[in-house]
Design a protein. Structure first.
Length: 423
């Protein structure tokens, strides 16, 4: 039985594993490293976050993004976005150098067992651990508009469904949403010869400003300090003090998590959108249905005037909603035992531990507890350090007491324990 099983190998899972290994915990990390970034973001996309706020976290800080880039002759600069492909490659490098061997098999079910938890892996093996950290990213929480529910995958999809967009070359595609994912997806579509359209409820698009220089006069820095979430004291608080954020009243935390850093496009994508992408602002889709080989969308504007349009495909860039009922990895009884906050996300304690002792969570699903930083790579450092301290505390106070080393021997199938790498 392991001390800790980390489910997920994205920025949060890899950072947690790096910190856990440094403390001597016996652990297993499962998941395909950086899968979301490698498989669910089209080539040509960029990180919206500044490079200096986009590093994964290891205890001694030796595996930062700028270190990786420098080793490949690439200089990272403030205000210059990093390609998603480079960030994904950086994550793989981090996994090789800062994390014990990652088992690339996928966990399909987690349940409780005497003394801890059992995780069923996709090849049928069962692994046991005293604690589990769910770092499953955003994909399970993709939010699709109800109006599109009657359409099949050939007619409608979520923006996170696409690792490439070439299938839409020469076609007509409507992108729903007004945030970075919608706008950058539309830009990429237009640049490859797709007739791209953005449809959004808001009557105007919000664009982030070009960031001010890192080196500024003291009074400008005092008025609006830099942070990994943007300039200003409010963003600085969200980015740098998630522990204090958790002390805010629950209704305040929930409201901020839902509204802070709302939909907006990066300054560097604006010129790629406005001249070439059709914008239908102030419109909301009321119904959608198949029309021959395409889709017919019925919409209503802010004055209540109905309109309709024909399109070949709809991409919903409508974000993610981290709710307890979408944690399909957990058995029904385990999921039902999770306390939830009013927005439907699980209650998260001070050490990222859920209401089920020994079950920890990280990333987007913790934003209602620790703030907007948990929606971005910015949150990995605080999360990894705090969560691992919580795991160690749980191991000391758990019913069996003390740390149990990982089992030895060869991999066995079925319900037996094993150590197969899964590679």
């Amino acid at each position: 039985m392991y001390d800790l099983l980390v489910v997920g190998a994205g920025p949060y899972g890899l950072s947690i594993a790096s910190h856990a290994a440094a403390t001597g915990l016996s652990l297993r990390v499962l998941g395909r490293p950086m899968a979301s970034w490698r498989d669910h973001m089209p080539r040509g996309m960029f990180l919206k976050s500044e490079p200096w706020a986009s590093s994964l976290s290891d205890p001694d800080g030796r595996r930062r993004l700028e270190t990786y880039c420098a080793g490949r002759g690439v200089e990272v600069r403030h205000g210059e976005p990093i390609p998603v492909e480079m960030f994904a490659s950086y994550g793989l490098w981090f996994a090789r150098n800062a994390v014990p061997d990652v088992d690339e098999r996928m966990v399909v079910r987690v349940r409780t067992c005497p003394g801890g938890f059992e995780a069923l892996v996709d090849d049928g093996e069962v692994l046991r651990a005293r604690t589990v950290a769910l770092a499953i990213g955003v994909l399970p929480f993709a939010e699709m508009p109800a109006a599109l529910s009657g359409l099949g995958p050939e007619q409608a999809s979520h923006s996170s469904d696409h690792g490439e967009l070439s299938r839409f070359r020469g076609r007509d595609v409507t992108v729903i949403g007004g945030g970075q994912a919608a706008l950058e997806t539309a830009a990429l579509l237009a640049e490859q010869g797709t007739r791209a359209r953005v449809l959004a409820r808001a009557d105007r698009l919000n664009w982030n400003d070009v960031p001010p220089a890192l080196e500024r006069s003291w009074w400008r820095s005092a008025r609006a300090p830099h942070s990994g979430l943007g300039c200003g004291w409010r963003n600085w608080f969200y980015a740098e003090r998630p522990g204090l954020f958790r002390r805010l009243p629950e209704p305040t935390r929930t409201r901020i998590a839902a509204t802070a850093l709302g939909p907006a496009g990066a300054w560097w994508v604006r010129d790629r959108v406005e001249p070439v992408v059709e914008l239908m602002l102030g419109h909301e889709v009321t119904s959608a249905y198949s029309s021959g080989i395409g889709v017919r969308l019925e919409t209503v504007d802010q004055d209540g005037t109905p309109t309709c349009l024909e399109t070949d495909h709809v991409i919903a860039a409508t974000g993610f909603r981290a709710r307890r009922d979408r944690l399909g990895l957990l058995t029904d009884d385990l999921r039902a035992n999770l306390a939830a906050v009013p927005d439907g996300s699980p209650y998260i304690g001070r050490d990222f531990e859920s209401s089920v002792p020994g079950l920890f969570m990280a990333g987007l699903i913790t934003a209602s507890g620790f703030g907007p930083a948990m929606r971005f790579v910015q949150g990995v450092g605080f999360t990894a350090d705090t969560l691992v301290r919580g795991v160690r505390r749980r191991l000391r106070t758990g019913p069996t007491g003390g740390r149990i080393p990982a089992p030895g021997g060869r991999r066995r199938q079925g319900s037996d324990l094993g150590l197969g790498s899964g590679r």
